[in-house]
Design a protein around this ligand. Sequence first.
Ligand SMILES: Cc1cc2nc3c(=O)[nH]c(=O)nc-3n(C[C@H](O)[C@H](O)[C@H](O)COP(=O)(O)O)c2cc1C
Length: 311
Amino acid sequence: MIFGNTAITALAPMQDVTDLAFMRVLARIGSLPDLFVTAYFRSTSTTCAIAEANLRCIEENETGVPILAQLAGSEAAPLMRDAERLLQLPIDGINLNAGCPAPLVNRHGAGAGLLRDPKALQSVLQGLRSVVPPGKFSIKCRTGWQDAAEFPALLELLAAATPDYAMVHGRTRNDLYKPNTVCTETVQLAVRRLPCPVMGNGDICTVEDANHWLSTISPAGVMIGRGAVRNPYIFRQIRGGAAPTAEEMKLYYRILAEETDRILHTKRTPAGHCNRMKKYLAYCYADFTAEQEYTLRRCTNIDDMLRILCG
Ligand SMILES: Cc1cc2nc3c(=O)[nH]c(=O)nc-3n(C[C@H](O)[C@H](O)[C@H](O)COP(=O)(O)O)c2cc1C
């Protein structure tokens, strides 16, 4: 059972960012969360796009941290089929994506697209609930499509499907990732109305943010994405550990370079390795000068990149 008496932390799924390499980095620096969630597997009537990178997160997860497989889709039958398939793997449960704002995904009614079609949402929730064993079904959602005023009705649908827990990103689809749009009151509404533990998510960037959420908004736990890429020691800090030193941040970049190298393996080229690093660095540039950022963005050689990152 993932939830006990104490609040838990989760690494938010981020396609191509919170991948196997990043999970391994967290293990090596001693700052693991309590829960991982894969980025979504896209589930349609014709296919489940079994993204190899997501599969590796499950099959090669040697961190000891439980991992959920996330599915994104708009029809119950394919989602049920793919949930049953994924449940054969060493996962701790199935997580339904009702938050992805990508137009391509939403156009087909999946991700946050489910939030503007209550019938589809209800059917998908009921279908998944019927095939996912007790304790193993969760949903990650935003607070509406256009407006958070939609959320109370959505919460009724969610509650009726009796998920085992939920992660609520305090933005609507309309908010995309715009700054200052996370609405903590709406997350609190979910905590009050859902008959299951609710983790809060959205712009939790520091240990102070996390502690504020844990003490006032989402006592069951916090889910952190971009903030953990910028400061991967945040999970250690939430457990009462020290803030990272400058040396520890350098260690992070070095280990990230090693672990991305390891997952790229035979597909590795110097520029490819740098491009892979840039997927994470996109969330770290604020810690560098404008000149360093400019050079990092143009790096095609990992040694040059590490010279800037680690001095
Ligand atoms: C590049 C990127 C990829 C993402 N991929 C996923 C995904 O596959 N599944 C999902 O549920 N959310 C995904 N998200 C949303 C995050 O899980 C999270 O809800 C969002 O970033 C807000 O949390 P944060 O402010 O802590 O980053 C993604 C976000 C970003 C920026």
